[in-house]
Ligand binder design. Structure first.
Ligand code: AMO
Length: 442
């Protein structure tokens, strides 16, 4: 049997074909039954001239249909469907699997359900064309990053997610018992990507990361996917340039690859082609104060509302959906961040904001062994726990730095989604692992 996909039917007018897929919707018109059959390429209308052949069919049943492709009369063409000029007259049907009755109507253009239900029925709601489009766009972002990182000469590496030490600070780490020793789920592939700079000079990687986020927000997950670069023999300005350039290329690629999906989701293209403005954190706080009268100039970090405001400024002044903020206070950044030699209270660090949200951060790193050991001790950590990492520095590490983009946050912002959970296939947060966790007494 040669299978024809839904999207191929307009090229097969007058031919007998075999379709396989799911019943998306069913419409009864007296003796005739119409179904929209769905496969990975979209929908095609199938008509059963004799209703009894299709009378048992329900949405989500998996079927194989042999039939004849026919051109539809002019007035019955459906301009909304790429296959709207044809229909398939069913000759034979085989039921491959039956499906349970649907808990809600999935045949509508929008899925009119709230986020908890959307996630409780994930295996079902992922089938909806609007939700599928989100993950096609996500795939394109990952592909775009892969290409952009290769273009700057990075080698792809794969890092473990079980670690003997925590990297980004203690509070948000998942600890567990590893054969009677304490181990951690990585908060970032940081240590491993830095070690690999000592080998390949420039590396990139995709990594699952784990953060025990104790609060429920629209931008945090407990398990997330990071897209990281780490680059040797660079200075700070080159790093800032590469941070913006790599992301702009990633998004430009995704927008080109997913024009159809973006149009379908009604998303306006992001402004990522032009110059990316760059400010220090203190400059940004001053601009925000001048624009809004809200004074956050003593704060040690940008607040979520500051990220939104300064992104608005970037759009208005530079026509850019991206902006880089540099020089965060050294104490607010991870131990491996290099302090600015001209003012060590601030660091050679940066965040990239995209449409009002931090989607990436990074820094120039401390690459001198003794300095690194001293900082680890100063922060109350034990160098023994970083033995493998420190080995790389003992045996010669070049000046280097890097950055990390969140895949879900990038997807969320590209598509203007309201909640990061919509941009994760199976989101984990403090209330959910697949299903809602049972409530426990505090
Ligand atoms: P940071 O902790 O800022 O830096 O993370 C980098 C990017 O990863 C994404 N991200 C998250 N997304 C969803 N939920 C979370 N809980 C979450 N945590 C992080 C964000 C964020 O900008 N090692 C450094 C990077 C580096 O210096 O190279 C790090 O992990 O998009």
């Amino acid at each position: 049997m040669e299978r024809t996909l839904a999207i191929e039917t307009p090229q097969k007018i007058g031919q007998e074909i075999t379709l396989q897929g799911w019943v998306n919707t069913r419409r009864d018109h007296g003796k005739i039954i119409f179904i929209d059959l769905r496969d990975r390429t979209g929908l095609v209308q199938v008509v059963f001239v004799d209703a009894k052949d299709a009378k048992d069919l329900r949405p989500e049943w998996v079927v194989e249909i042999k039939g004849l492709v026919k051109e539809r009369p002019e007035k019955l063409i459906n301009p909304k469907l790429p296959t709207g000029k044809v229909e398939v007259e069913a000759k034979e049907i085989k039921v491959l699997a039956k499906a349970k009755e649907l808990p809600f109507d999935t045949g509508t253009e929008d899925l009119n359900i709230g986020l908890p239900v959307l996630l409780d029925y994930r295996a079902l709601t992922l089938k909806h064309p609007r939700i599928q489009a989100i993950f096609k766009a996500q795939e394109a972002i990952a592909e775009g990053f892969h290409q952009a990182a290769k273009e700057i000469g990075c080698t792809e590496v794969f890092a473990p997610t079980i670690s003997a030490s925590s990297t980004e600070g203690g509070a948000q780490v998942f600890r567990f018992n590893y054969f009677n020793c304490e181990a951690f789920m990585v908060q970032s592939p940081q240590l491993y990507k830095q070690i690999m700079v000592g080998i390949f000079e420039k590396v990139f990687l995709f990594s699952h990361i784990y953060r025990a986020e104790p609060s429920v927000t629209t931008r945090h997950l407990c398990e997330s996917i990071q897209m990281d670069c780490e680059i040797g023999f660079v200075d700070f300005d080159e790093l800032v340039f590469l941070l913006g350039k790599t992301f702009a290329k990633t998004i430009a690629y995704a927008q080109k690859k997913c024009t159809k999906e973006l149009e379908f989701l009604g998303v306006a293209p992001s402004l990522v082609e032009g110059k990316i403005p760059r400010l220090t954190m203190r400059e940004a706080q001053q601009i925000i104060f001048e624009r809004t009268g809200i004074d956050h100039q003593q704060e040690k970090d940008l607040m979520p509302e500051d990220e939104k405001e300064i992104s608005l400024w970037a759009r208005e002044k530079y026509n850019s959906d991206l902006i880089v903020i540099t020089h965060f206070p050294t104490k607010k950044r991870a131990f491996y961040t290099m302090p600015d030699p001209e003012n060590p209270e601030y660091s050679l660090s940066y965040d990239l904001l995209y449409k009002g949200l931090e989607i990436s951060s990074g820094s120039q790193r401390i690459h001198e062994y003794n300095e690194l050991v001293a900082v680890i001790k100063e922060r109350g950590m034990n160098p023994e726990n970083f033995k493998m990492y420190l080995q790389a520095f003992e045996y010669g590490m070049p000046p280097h730095g890097g950055f990390s983009y969140g895949l879900e946050r990038s997807t969320m912002k590209l598509l203007d989604l309201e909640n990061i959970r919509e941009a994760s296939l199976f989101p984990r947060d403090m209330e959910r692992i697949d299903f809602r966790l049972p409530k426990k007494e505090a």
